[in-house]
Ligand binder design. Structure first.
Ligand code: B1M
Length: 212
């Protein structure tokens, strides 16, 4: 088994105690940080999701897998991207109301920060008025990144985008959306400015939006 396969197995089995050592060992062996993330962790979480869907595992197993991934990401974080010297702006990031999934959102936060943004991460289950207050209360904000992982929280994303579109500060920020059930079509339909399929593209897209 390669180190990356060991990492994937540890994420799937929710082995938080050993995941840090495994990630460090893979880095020491010269594995690419993005490969560790994509193959060792994100793919493993997809398998966890599939098993949950087939009722082979249940919420506690999903939760321990998520914890293990978080621990692994903590070790990986300093290797994921070199922070750019100049600040390109400030991004408000959060998972929309009713949605507690934060791993993808945390990766998006981390990658956007590495791309040179200051980040105000509002966390999960963020009410639309919290997003509006965050943009209206801070003139530096030029990007808002909304995450949703559940089809049932897509309406909350739509309402949040509508509230942001109605904000008096609308002229100075762009809205980006993402998360597993989100599509470019949905992005367009709800009036957001951009869609990104993953955290690395979110960082790239945020830079483009900040320049637009
Ligand atoms: Co949840 N859950 N979950 N869950 N969970 C999913 C999303 C699900 C697909 C599992 C399944 O059934 N196969 C399913 C949703 C089905 C649907 O809506 N169609 C589901 C469900 C049903 C639920 C509950 C309703 C279960 C229940 O209670 N019956 C419940 C809801 C709770 C709530 O939010 N109110 C629930 C709870 C949980 C846990 C708490 C146990 C745990 C979350 C722990 C945590 O986040 N701290 C959990 C987990 C771990 C998952 C899965 C297994 C993994 C999610 C994850 O972290 N993936 C997930 C199945 C899956 O995704 N395959 C599942 C890894 C992460 C890196 O990927 O978040 O997709 P992701 O982020 C990606 C991209 O989406 C993108 O970038 C990241 C990659 O680079 N991205 C953005 C994300 N946000 C972005 C924003 C952007 C741009 C890109 O720009 C702004």
């Amino acid at each position: 088994m390669t180190k990356i396969q060991e990492i994937a197995a540890a994420v799937e089995a929710g082995k938080s105690k050993i995941i840090g050592e495994l990630v460090q060992a893979a880095l020491d062996e010269g594995a690419a940080p993005l490969e560790i993330l994509n193959v060792g962790m994100i793919d493993a979480m997809s398998i966890v999701g599939d098993k949950f869907q087939k009722e082979e595992i249940f919420i506690p197993e999903m939760l321990v897998a998520a914890r293990a991934m978080k621990k692994g990401v903590e070790v990986l974080q300093p290797h994921l991207g070199d922070a750019e010297a100049a600040t390109v702006g400030k991004a408000v990031v959060g998972t929309v109301s009713g949605d507690l999934h934060d791993i993808g959102k945390n990766l998006v936060s981390m990658m956007i920060e590495s791309a040179g943004f200051e980040v105000n991460d509002l966390g999960v289950d963020v009410a639309l008025n919290q997003f509006v207050a965050a943009v209206e209360g801070d003139e530096k904000v030029n990007v808002v990144a909304l995450s949703a992982l559940l089809t049932t929280t897509m309406p909350a994303m739509k309402e949040t985008v509508a509230a942001l579109n109605a904000s008096k500060a609308r002229g100075r920020f762009k809205i980006m959306v993402g998360g597993a059930p989100i599509t470019p079509e949905f992005c367009k339909e709800i009036g957001a400015d951009a869609y990104a399929p993953d955290a690395a593209s979110a960082a790239q897209k945020a830079k483009e939006l900040a320049k637009a």
